[in-house]
Ligand binder design. Structure first.
Ligand SMILES: [Zn+2]
Length: 310
């Protein structure tokens, strides 16, 4: 059943509506919410929502409880290929929990939180940005570690990154929900403005695996295909930055183990044919983020590597 979570008038006789699809099973049970599209340039969540709805509709008899699918928390951003909310120059994931008396964007954020409150679990799907490619991973605040790591490890991801409390942004959807008692796990994968089908299917398989553990899904889950992620705490991550500006050339994709001293890629100069600098891993570790957009400036983030054996 399609429901409108919140809607507001646009200036010229149009309405902006945030919608969800409420898919109810035959038996009462838990409530799982899949949300995405907070950042309009991150699209993998669209395919995950589609595939979730498709599989649920196909085997609705296997569902107990309710799955609610919110594909577009920032519809204007998606429409205009913009990360934030157009016209407001605003990152929507910095205005939660919103304010019922605030601006239109804050009112919508407030309505979204009110709507999601009380869910047994919320999965908030992101797709990095235009610049970085991410292996499928969960991001968890250390304060929520005990509650969310067991959930994240069921989602068929490669990596679970537990952040220090100091680096957590308080105005995100996930933080607003977690700090008020509704568990929310953030998934990051792929790269902005593109859809990686394999990653989407993997996450969908993971969500059904999780639903089975939650007692929501009686259907088939291929448990042998579910991966066991690396779980990492924040201070075991190396951030590699560009030593020079230039064009980044690499053969590597994220999701591989690199050796201490291994070259991740080169930063080159098209005008002269010179190699300006090399991006080299300072440790043996798991490469879970790599630069996707080739134009780089001195200091640009090139890779993130989880130090293994640390
Ligand atoms: Zn995002």
């Amino acid at each position: 059943m399609i429901q409108t979570v919140t809607s507001t008038e646009l200036p010229i006789d149009e309405r902006l509506a945030i919608k969800k699809n409420v898919i109810a099973g035959s038996e009462p049970g838990k409530r799982l919410c899949i949300v995405t599209g907070t950042h309009g340039d991150e699209l993998e969540g669209q395919m995950v929502c589609y595939e979730m709805a498709r599989r649920l509709n196909e085997s609705i008899g296997s569902l107990d409880g309710v799955v609610e699918i919110y594909p577009a928390l920032n519809p204007l951003g998606i429409d205009t290929i913009q990360r934030g909310i157009p016209n407001f120059d605003l990152d929507m994931n910095r205005i939660f929990p919103g304010n019922p008396e605030g601006s239109v964007a804050e009112q919508m954020a407030f309505s979204i939180i009110e709507d999601l409150k009380g869910a047994d679990l919320v999965i908030d799907i992101h797709s990095s940005n235009l610049y970085l490619r991410e292996t499928p991973q969960a991001r968890i605040n250390v304060l929520d570690e005990d509650r969310l790591v067991p959930v994240a490890t069921l989602l068929n991801l490669d990596f679970v990154w537990i952040h220090d409390a100091a680096t957590v942004l308080e105005a995100t959807l996930a933080h607003s929900l977690n700090s008020t008692g509704t568990p929310c796990v953030v998934v990051e994968m792929g790269v902005g403005q593109r859809i990686n089908h394999k990653m989407c299917y993997r996450l969908v398989d993971g969500i059904f695996n999780l639903m089975r553990e939650m007692g929501m899904w009686k259907g088939i889950v291929n448990r042998n295909a579910i991966s066991n992620p690396i779980v990492c705490k924040g201070d075991n991550v190396e951030f590699l930055n560009a030593a020079t500006s230039g064009i980044f050339i690499t053969e590597l994709k994220c999701g591989v183990v690199v050796a201490d001293g291994e070259e991740i890629g080169q930063i080159v100069e098209p005008l002269t044919g010179a190699i300006l600098s090399r991006v080299v891993s300072p440790v043996e570790g798991y490469l879970f983020t790599i630069r996707a957009y080739p134009i780089v400036y001195e200091g640009s983030l090139m890779a993130r590597i989880y130090r293994m054996g640390s």
